[in-house]
Design a binder for this molecule. Structure first.
Ligand code: DGJ
Length: 712
């Protein structure tokens, strides 16, 4: 429910209350965000003289009122608030000052629909729209709030009038009065994405960002704010996650009175967007709240993402188990080899064969051909449509790898259109994986990509596309777009391609990828319902990547494959059952050459695929709980929403002489229900309050167990 009463805006669901107030001068104060409350939270504000804090002119001689300490909904540089601002506006004459005041508001049914940007697909919720007007330029800032279950989507749009303004920073802020808080972030590197880290918020400002033009492996654009005491099972926590795939900035700081401010939004130092009689819609921010710890927070958030953000496929292959040939062949294949792999994949029970890098132009390594999206007939020994038809005749779907945002200097496309690559005139462009980035802020380039891919999908009769992105943007200079606009316009261009392809080919499943999980975010999940999780295919390393990612995204969105041993990244030899168990925590697939497997391995993989297909509804629609994650062992549980059917998966790393036992307490079950686990039967209350002895055999390193949990 959303109410407005004498300047007080209250957004309440069964799970939270979010409250704001228009003050006497029209500024919007942020009052409260947490478990549901009744009443006006402004009664907690302490108005007293604060030394050296600026006072708004309208407050006259009253020194007790200052935006330097009051919790604000919109924090702006140059309006008497010395804390880190969320928004910086440069006026036409270069002045860094702005002041936003209430103009009007409306409350309406349904969600806020954003054109050309990802947004929550909510038809039955309620939304609030508040319009603020800026004193100097007359520009309007339109704030939107859509509440549903435990989540709130915030939106911002800036509408400039006939005075030019430049938006230099555009972050959502969250102010909380005097509370000890921690921030959790997810950092990493290529092959090691989303490591969970935690720090106490203090007076020095913590900032995390990506200035890479993409979300990045190095820092995810989701953060958790929680009380200092919050654990996996107890305490308040809020997840903030941007529906955005480009550069971003986050900060968190404690002010002089111990109140916490954090900010999160699109754009880095490269962002500077000038507007005159134009508007800019900023990406939405998802906030999910839980009073019951980080485990419950992930469950709630993942349900919301599954129901309202992540793309739902209507036609096409349903949860296909795929085989991807990258680690099987790298660039070294021909059409016959691919067909023999696809045939064996079909025999094992796969639904889809995905042909990875190396099928186009004259690409036999990563030095050339990006941009030339026509098949290499000499290498394949046939045309793309023939290859596709022959693979499909085996009774298996066909998918193709593309990297449409990139261009190799050694390509026909670059020779024809060097101006389509982002590069700074007079300066040699910086290369990444020997390639340049196409200028997706240029409509001509976007149109070219749309048409090329449309043609490719038709010619290849594609069921699936793996969309890769293997370097970040360094040279923010376009032949058509002002430099400060590129970060934003590039991503809008990218989204417009997904919109186009989604409308034209509704049953085409697109898997996001950026050298693994370098652009894994809610913006991408809105268009590409799954993403290749990491280029590290080692099962043991992937457990940590899966656990880290599960704080933010549903596990079924993780492209998860069983790879060959020794593993290509770590050289580790992990038992097949363990590799498969870890891959089951995601959208399952194979990343190996099935023609090289022994008959025994093939039989095991066949059984594993069959089992995954049985478990898939739980993995896809159920709730995921992390039960244990230590250097010694990890354990997690996926349980259907009706709490009747689940699977527990645990992996123990190194063996020890005289090993200790491993016990876990289960979560998400029904206390009074009897569950069968193998040949034993337990009440939910027993498993959740006392626990379960994990049935490891302790006979070898890297041992996995899977326990099916079924309500009687
Ligand atoms: C990076 C991806 O993450 C890999 O899976 C593979 O597709 C390569 N690119 C191909 O170049």
């Amino acid at each position: 429910m959303i109410t407005y009463n004498d300047g007080l805006f209250t957004i309440t669901t069964d799970s939270f209350t979010y409250q704001m107030k228009k003050d006497a001068f029209g500024h919007l104060l942020h009052l409260y965000y947490g478990s549901p409350i009744e009443g006006d939270a402004s009664s907690l504000l302490s108005l007293r003289d604060r030394g050296f804090s600026a006072v708004p002119y309208e407050a006259g001689l009253d020194r007790s009122y200052s935006y330097d300490y009051l919790p604000l909904e919109v924090s702006v540089l140059g309006d008497g608030d010395f804390r880190t601002p969320g928004i910086i506006i440069e006026q036409e004459d270069g002045t860094l000052s702005a002041s936003f005041r209430y103009l009007c508001h409306r409350i309406y049914k349904g969600g806020a629909l954003l054109e050309g940007l990802p947004c929550g697909r909510i038809d039955d919720g309620e939304s609030l729209e508040i319009t603020l007007k800026e004193d100097l330029s007359g520009a309007e800032l339109i704030l939107t709030y859509t509440a549903k279950d435990s989540s709130l989507l915030r939106g911002m749009k800036l509408v400039a009038k006939d005075k030019k303004i430049t938006l230099k920073k555009a972050l959502y802020s969250m102010d909380t009065i005097a509370m000890d808080q921690d921030v959790i972030w997810f950092d990493g590197r290529h092959c090691s994405e989303r490591n969970k880290k935690r720090a106490h918020i203090d007076t020095s400002t913590l900032t995390f960002s990506s200035r890479r033009g993409a979300t990045s492996h190095q820092m995810n654009n989701s953060f958790i704010l929680c009380s200092h005491e919050t654990t996996e099972d107890h305490g308040e926590a809020v997840l903030l996650s941007l529906l955005w795939s480009g550069s971003f900035t986050f900060f968190a700081e404690k002010d002089q009175y111990d109140s916490v401010r954090c900010g999160l939004g699109a754009g880095s130092e490269f962002f500077s967007y000038d507007l005159k009689n134009q508007e800019l819609v900023l990406p939405q921010l998802l906030l999910t709240y839980s009073p019951n710890g980080l485990g419950d927070l992930s469950v709630k958030n993942n349900r919301f993402v599954t129901n309202y953000i992540r793309r739902k496929m209507t036609g096409g292959l349903k949860n296909p188990v795929l085989l991807n040939n990258w680690e099987a062949t790298y660039f070294d294949f021909n059409g016959d080899k691919l067909i023999s792999i696809a045939k064996e994949a079909k025999n094992l029970g796969c639904d889809l064969f995905v042909l990875d890098d190396g099928w186009f132009g004259k690409r036999n390594d990563d030095y050339s051909s990006l941009g030339d999206w026509f098949e290499n007939r000499d290498k394949l020994g046939m045309s793309l449509d023939e290859l596709s038809a022959r693979i499909k005749s085996l009774g298996i779907g066909f998918g193709l790898w593309v990297e449409p945002e990139m261009v190799s200097e050694d390509s026909d496309l670059y020779r024809k259109h060097p101006e389509w690559a982002l590069a700074v005139p007079g300066k040699a462009p910086t290369r990444g994986r020997h390639q340049l980035v196409l200028d997706l802020s240029n409509r001509e380039v976007v149109e070219y990509i749309k048409n090329t891919l449309d043609d490719l999908i038709n010619r290849g009769n594609l069921d699936f596309m793996k969309w890769d992105y293997n370097r970040f943007i360094t040279d923010f200079h376009s032949s058509v777009t002002l430099p400060g606009r590129i970060e934003y316009d590039y991503i809008k261009g990218l989204y417009s391609i997904f919109e186009y392809l989604g409308n034209k080919h509704p049953s085409l499943l697109i898997e996001g990828c950026s050298g693994g999980g370098g652009r894994f975010d809610l913006g991408m999940l809105y268009y590409t319902p799954q993403s290749w999780l990491s280029d590290d295919t080692d099962a043991i390393e992937r457990i940590d990547i899966e656990f880290g990612s599960s704080y933010i995204y549903p596990i079924s969105s993780f492209g998860s494959h069983v790879s060959a041993v020794p593993n290509h990244q770590t050289k580790r030899v992990t038992p097949l059952f363990t590799r498969s168990s870890v891959a089951m925590l995601g959208s399952y697939g194979l990343e190996l050459d099935p023609t090289k497997l022994s008959e025994e391995e093939k039989a095991e993989i066949r059984r594993e695929i069959k089992e995954y297909k049985e478990l898939c509804p739980i993995i896809k629609d159920g709730d995921f709980y992390r039960l244990l994650n230590t250097p010694d062992a990890s354990c997690c549980l996926s349980i259907s929403e009706d709490k009747k059917d689940g699977v527990l998966i645990a992996v123990r790393r190194l063996s020890h002489g005289n090993p200790k036992d491993h016990y876990v307490r289960l979560k998400g079950l029904d206390n009074k229900t009897l569950y069968r686990l193998g040949d034993k039967v337990f009440y939910g209350s027993f498993l959740m309050n006392y626990g379960l002895l994990l049935p490891f055999t302790y006979s070898e390193d890297l041992e996995a167990i899977r326990v099916r949990i079924k309500a009687l």
